[in-house]
Design a protein around this ligand. Structure first.
Ligand code: GLC
Length: 497
């Protein structure tokens, strides 16, 4: 039987180019979908890092004048991923971050850059590459969303379409004057088209034209229907709510595998049925001590150690933890922070906290994959106090590594952690601590609650065991996406009015 073919459109993909968790998803999902009989090929921009690390290139199509200059469409395989790469040096051959310049400002031609990505994706969707004609085109976030509009305004028969929202706060909004430059017809600038509050909305267009919309957790799928959570798009999303669903992310359990993890001194099998005390606890203690030594903290096995991994931004709610720092310090806890980016003022406040509390607080700013693994394998609890969090992946890694998550009750955090005081509704049992509404006082109380439980050795072990036996892999989510694609190609496509 011919497998179902999907063209995925992504602006980043792990391990070739990663800015955020989006890359983890676009990199892992295609591999897991293979087991479901779905063949995914992903179209990505040819940033320098991508071009330099391409594996086998087995096809080149020349595009003599593509969005202002010569470009090429490469067909390649890299790290088990089947790819199309848009090699358009005038748009993508730039150093640094894919989205912003060194000074943190957006690249001024982002509309053109990602319209180009979407345009070539739409062309592939409409049969431009005869050897790969997809049944479904699946766009991730605003960067690929316009493909769905291009296909709508074409006369050719189009494949089914899915639009996945990873984060509604990035919408790709550009001035109306760009319409001709990005090759859209004048009639597209309408409410029933790409127009969005007088400008062109890339994500809006994707949400309007997609056959199905997904987001990365069931709770976030509900939150974005509210005026606050919808960030300007709630009206449209409410109209489309019958076609909207939430599918939780998974993590790549071959990368996040405590039994083989090259970044940690004490490896352990996450199989909790046997050897929990000797295997898991013993090796977690080795990792905790290694972490304390590496970061210059007091080597204190009984100090309750909190970890934070992620952007130091107010979206992530990490300012709320700083407000609780005096109490956390007074109680003799330790805090380990790995902040990859975020606001300058929060980075500064965290650095100052580390300087003022030597031996108890460690703050490292930047990307350090090895340290992220060691924190997951050695800290006692991972704090994720996000103000909004479509899914979040770090709490899933924490569950698998026996680090107990302390999270706000928003988005995917609500869906992936079961509070110790909640009645467990799914098989996994209670796995962590949650708080709402998201404010400093509630976070502080919840950290206290966790710290008290930490000193109740039997109770803490039970929570760790429950977390470690939760299935956080891509197996179930991949099945859900495969089912969704399957449903879509069974029904003949109608054009949106
Ligand atoms: C975005 C969201 C995050 C989610 C990720 C992958 O980064 O903010 O919550 O886990 O996308 O879907």
């Amino acid at each position: 039987m011919k497998s179902l073919r999907v063209l995925s459109i992504a602006s980043e993909i792990f391990p070739l180019i990663k800015v955020g968790e989006l890359a983890d998803v676009t990199g892992a999902l295609p591999i897991s979908l293979k087991a479901e009989g779905v063949e995914v090929r992903t179209i990505i921009p040819g940033y320098p890092g991508v071009i330099n690390s391409l594996g086998q290139v087995d096809g080149v199509i020349h595009l003599p004048n593509f969005f202002g200059a010569e470009a090429r469409l490469l067909r390649a395989t890299s790290f088990e991923l089947s790819l199309f790469v848009l090699d358009a040096p005038h748009l993508f051959a730039r150093p640094g971050n894919p989205y912003v310049r060194a000074d943190g400002m957006d690249w001024p031609d982002n509309a053109l850059r990602f319209a180009a990505l979407a345009r070539i994706a739409a062309d592939i969707g409409l049969g431009f590459v005869p050897s790969f004609v997809p049944d479904v085109v699946h766009a991730h976030d605003w960067h690929g969303a316009l493909a769905l509009a291009y296909m709508h305004y074409s006369d050719r028969q189009r494949p089914a379409t899915v639009m996945t929202v990873h984060n509604l706060s990035y919408q790709g909004v550009f001035p109306q004057e760009m319409l001709a430059a990005i090759d859209l017809p004048p009639e597209s600038f309408a409410m029933h088209g790409v127009e969005y509050y007088g400008r062109i909305g890339f994500l809006k267009a994707g949400l309007y034209f997609a056959d199905r919309i997904t987001t990365v957790s069931p709770t976030y799928a509900r939150e974005i229907l509210s005026d606050e959570g919808g960030m300007g798009l709630a009206g449209l999303l409410r109209e489309r709510s019958c076609d909207l669903s939430g599918i939780l992310n998974g993590i790549d359990i071959s990368v996040w595998d405590p039994s083989t993890d090259p970044h940690i001194p004490g490896c352990f099998y996450p199989d909790v049925s046997s050897g929990f005390e000797t295997e898991v606890l013993h090796n977690r203690a080795i990792n905790k001590a290694a972490l304390q030594r590496r970061l210059g903290l007091q080597v204190a096995p009984d100090a309750f150690m909190l970890g934070i991994i992620g952007h130091l931004s107010s979206k992530k709610g990490v300012d709320l933890l700083l407000e609780n720092l005096p109490t956390i310090m007074r109680e003799g806890m330790q805090l380990v922070v790995l902040g990859n980016g975020g606001s300058r003022s929060l980075q500064y406040r965290y650095r100052t906290a580390a300087q003022s509390n030597p031996g108890q607080v460690s703050v490292m700013i930047g990307h350090d994959e090895g340290l992220a693994h060691l924190i997951q394998a050695g800290a006692d609890a991972l704090v994720v106090p996000s103000r909004f969090e479509p899914c979040g992946l770090t709490q899933l890694c924490a569950l698998r590594y026996g680090t107990v998550p302390i999270v706000s009750r928003v988005g995917g955090l609500e869906d992936t952690v079961v509070d110790v005081d909640d009645l467990a509704t799914t098989g996994g049992g209670q796995t962590g601590f949650k708080f709402a509404p998201v404010n400093a006082e509630n976070l502080g109380d919840t950290i206290q609650r966790a710290c008290t439980t930490f000193h109740d050795v039997a109770a803490w072990r039970r929570i760790q065991r429950n977390g470690m036996s939760t299935d956080v892999s891509w197996r179930n989510p991949a099945r859900r996406y495969a089912d969704l694609y399957g449903e879509l190609i069974e029904v003949p496509q109608e054009k949106v009015a």
